[in-house]
Write a protein that binds this ligand. Sequence first.
Ligand code: NAP
Ligand code: GLV
Length: 309
Amino acid sequence: MEIVFASRHESNPLEWVRALQAALPDHRVRLWDDEEPSGRADAAVVWAPPAGLFDREPGLKYLFNLGAGVDALLHMPGLSDRITLVRMEDGGMAVQMAEYVLHYLIRESRDLGRYAAQQAQARWQPLADIDRSAWTVGVMGAGVMGARVAQACAALEYPVAVWSRSGRPVAGTESFGRDGLADFLARTRVLVNVLPLTGDTRGILCRSLFQQLRPDAYLINIARGDHLVAEDLLACLDEGRLRGAALDAFSQEPLPPDHPFWHDARIQVTPHVAGASLMDLTVRQIAGKIDAVAQGQPITGIVDRARQY
Ligand code: NAP
Ligand code: GLV
């Protein structure tokens, strides 16, 4: 097969091309070139590919995404139904997502932010002991990321509820299906969003949802910026409905310098780094799938276009 690597975001695309070529000695891997027309590629490995990809490579049969979320790809003009879209399954991201969530969960539930503020005043003041039953974690999404996040929180003995379309069970947690959203929210003190961005989930993190959480709730959004209605978050923080939020993904990235999130002490901002797909694991996974499809074998991780994930 001929494979083109096309990403507007990778700082060192040639390193990816070399790694993919080394893992795929029976195939040809090349870097996307804006100038050189080709039209021969059977597959593309992409993250935020150039707009001209589908015009310039009309023979594409497979699109391998370097990330888990395919929302941006699904909206690219020219993405034909004939192309099989394949997402990353973990690739080292899930454990990082779990670390990210544990960091903010522990910071809130163990008052570590308040102790940092006390240190700035050289103040020695033990605060109340943790009551774990008051810190139920509610994870939206029970997929590759959500299940790992939920299990990591449960391993530290936090009560964990998980909500997904199908109510998919996650060991050691309480599972809720689509119709169980109200019960799920009523239990939740720390809400973690790891849903894919689809027509059903866009704007789901809004005032009416925040109002159903336990008092003094905290939001961790590590999925997509468009899940969140920013003005509803700010209003709920002002009203004391929410105590704070950790946000990794934003409607506009990079987050503009004048955005209110930057300077709000109740909000922790990170630049879309909660879970990075690691090169070794990613190359191994994609190369394994390319070899499989070249031999006519089935692969996992194919995106269901109707579900949008
Ligand atoms: P996944 O394996 O496809 O899991 C998606 C989960 O969401 C499934 O449990 C699915 O339910 C559930 N779901 C989908 N639509 C739903 C709806 N309308 N209502 C309720 N539940 C719904 O995806 P993943 O690999 O865990 O990744 C999830 C998202 O995380 C990605 O799409 C991406 O946006 C984000 N992400 C962010 C970063 C980062 O660095 N910030 C890194 C990786 C991923 P079923 O189980 O019933 O199908
Ligand atoms: C990152 O945001 C991903 O979807 O993998």
